[in-house]
Design a protein around this ligand. Structure first.
Ligand code: GLC
Length: 600
């Protein structure tokens, strides 16, 4: 059976009843939908919501975004030169991963000086220019605050390690060796190996949740906390539109740092298990809110691996500490023990859907959700969430539909808008990412062959997301005129911004349609979320509803045709969007995504 009307294609965008423009520019609002009457609808209507709830955030990884000086690394000028691309995508804020001075052993997540621009990326003037050009376009810059740890090159650490009685001696977490001289306990760092490293000068061990070059700051020390607030306020005063807080659930350590129950044969336990979400952590973060965020028109989003949905309302919402937190539940759906790339299972769609639904339900009345499928630490979503061999164009559009119609602020990662995919390098030397190298070793140590170990890396390497952004068909995808720091994905001749701009059926143009759909129909902003077909292993479906409109999103996660119940669908209304040019009622073609109106 066919819908009486077919989909409004390409530029023409269907408007249901209420229209307003999402984005930073509050003045452009056109209508004021009445406060929701429906029992399932969310409390606030779009007109009462904050700018960052209505916009799209784009994550840029400076190393890989755009190089303007030919050194093979992206830079701030490159980011400035592509602001119009972001503006066209409807982006109202750009989260830039750390661009501060750093020895770059973890690509900037090892900060040596929080107030200085890394010369690799440019100068203070380049940054000022980026702020001002972004501002002209109504785009805010969101900075990444890495405050669980610093680089070992940070002046604070240099002083701290110089002895036990200097001003900064308690800025980090130091402990005496065990009786036999070994590490104080059996904790394993997230990047592998002991979480403790011995320092010859202090004759003590320091703790590091990640690499040994990333010593953990001691948040229990009020002076350290004040230093962190000063840094954040420095950037907020310079005009930052918000902060992403890196690795935040690890900042508080338990009072006694005892051995944990081993989770590996070598007798170690992941530091994640021992320190995540330690009681009292929220006291520190309330202080951060009071001293930094309060009274400012900015947003904060915490990277919160291991904060369960049941705890969400303590972290976000009116009484929480941040505006949003990134959950890892959907990203980790395939891992069986910790985040070990060689310990995975076949996951079911119902499990994936539950992660989203649990989070949505937890913040239904209070709090907000940052919707993301990709970032610089995750494989590309087409490879991550769809079966091997899925059509990347249809699949990219299906996932785009999920990203842009879920309740919450979409966080789009560079390249996601053109459907970039994983790489499949089979030589570990081609990878740059420290965690890929560690996970490769972990797999070999477990007895896997080199072929099996590299397969795990191909699937989960963070470098999948870090290959140069694909701008056009010229050499190195137009990313650099020099030699890129990481190899370019070989599919760049077809998957790139320029080519996709001129192809009406491209993933990029589908994003443009989704952008308009969101901007013109407030139900995608303020509508409630209710999962449908929760038991289906093929279809992810949910209803978004506000007082005026009710729409259903249906996404087929398989390569087979599947059917669904149509009794609630308004057959007189054209579907609002689909990744096929014609859609039939009650049937989804392979990887089809469709948004339909419901009777009400
Ligand atoms: C976060 C970052 C990741 C980094 C780690 C250590 O998880 O997203 O890239 O390696 O923290 O700072």
């Amino acid at each position: 059976m066919k819908f009486k009307k077919q989909i409004a294609l390409a530029a023409a965008v269907t408007v249901i009843s209420s229209a307003f423009l999402a984005g930073c520019d509050e003045n452009k609002k056109q209508t004021t939908p009445a406060e929701s009457q429906s029992p399932t609808a969310s409390v606030k209507s779009a007109s009462d919501m904050k700018w960052w709830q209505k916009t799209v955030v784009y994550e840029a990884y400076p190393n890989s975004f755009k190089d303007t000086d030919g050194d093979g690394y992206g830079d701030l000028k490159g980011l400035t030169s592509e602001l119009d691309h972001l503006k066209e995508l409807g982006v109202g804020a750009v989260w830039i991963t750390p661009f501060f001075e750093s020895p770059m052993k973890d690509n900037g997540y090892d900060v040596a000086d929080y107030r200085k621009v890394n010369p690799r990326y440019g100068t203070d003037e380049d940054l000022d220019n980026l702020f001002s050009e972004a501002n002209k376009r109504g785009i805010k810059l969101v900075l990444d605050l890495v405050t669980n740890h610093t680089s070992e090159e940070c002046e604070w650490f240099k002083e701290s390690r110089s002895g036990k009685d200097n001003d900064k001696s308690d800025y980090y977490i130091w402990a005496d060796p065990a009786e036999d001289g070994s590490a104080p306990n059996n904790w394993r760092s997230i990047f592998g190996g002991s979480a403790w490293t011995y320092d010859e000068t202090r004759k003590q061990y320091y703790l590091h949740t990640f690499g040994d070059f990333q010593p953990d700051l001691n948040w229990a020390n009020p002076k350290v906390r004040q230093e962190i607030y000063d840094v954040a306020n420095y950037w907020a005063d310079k005009g930052a539109g918000g902060f992403r807080l890196d690795a935040i659930p690890y900042i508080k350590k338990p009072a006694e740092m005892k051995n944990g129950e081993p989770d590996q044969e070598d007798g170690t336990v992941s530091i994640h298990t021992m320190t995540v979400n330690t009681d009292g952590i929220l006291d520190y973060l309330h202080e951060f809110k009071d001293k930094v965020s309060k009274g400012r028109d900015i947003f904060t989003v915490g990277e919160a691996n291991g904060v369960p949905a049941s705890e969400l309302n303590k972290w976000v919402g009116d009484n929480g500490v941040f505006d949003m937190i990134f959950s890892f539940d959907h990203e980790n759906v395939q891992f069986t023990g910790g985040e070990v790339w060689s310990a995975t299972k076949d996951w079911k769609l119902t499990e994936l859907k539950k992660t989203f639904t649990d989070s949505q339900n937890a913040i239904k009345d209070n709090g907000w959700y940052p919707m993301y499928l990709e970032n610089h630490d995750q494989p590309r979503s087409i490879n991550h969430f769809l079966p091997e061999g899925a059509d990347p164009v249809l699949g990219g559009k299906a996932l785009a539909t999920l990203l842009m119609t879920m309740r919450g602020t979409p966080f789009m990662y560079e390249g996601e808008e053109i459907g970039m995919t994983n790489v499949d390098w089979d030589n570990i030397d081609d990878y740059n990412d420290i965690s890929s190298k560690n996970q490769y070793q972990v797999a070999l140590d477990k007895g896997l062959s080199r072929e099996e170990a590299i397969k795990c890396v191909q699937k989960y390497s963070r470098d999948n997301a870090r290959t140069p952004m694909q701008w056009n068909t010229s050499e190195n995808a137009g990313f650099t005129t020099g030699t890129p720091w990481l190899k370019t994905n070989s599919n760049y001749k077809t998957v790139n911004v320029e080519t996709e701009k001129s192809d009406p059926d491209s993933v990029l143009n589908f994003y443009m349609r989704l952008k308009s759909l969101r901007a013109n129909n407030s139900v995608f902003i303020d509508g409630s979320y209710e999962e449908k077909l929760a038991d289906s292993e093929e279809i992810f479906s949910y209803v978004r509803a506000n007082s005026k409109d009710k729409v259903q999103v249906l996404i087929n996660f398989t390569g087979s045709e599947v059917s669904y119940d149509t009794s609630e669908i308004d057959m007189d209304a054209a579907p609002l969007i689909s990744n096929y040019s014609e859609t039939e009622v009650g049937k989804l073609k392979p990887y089809e995504a469709v948004v339909v109106e419901l009777k009400h």
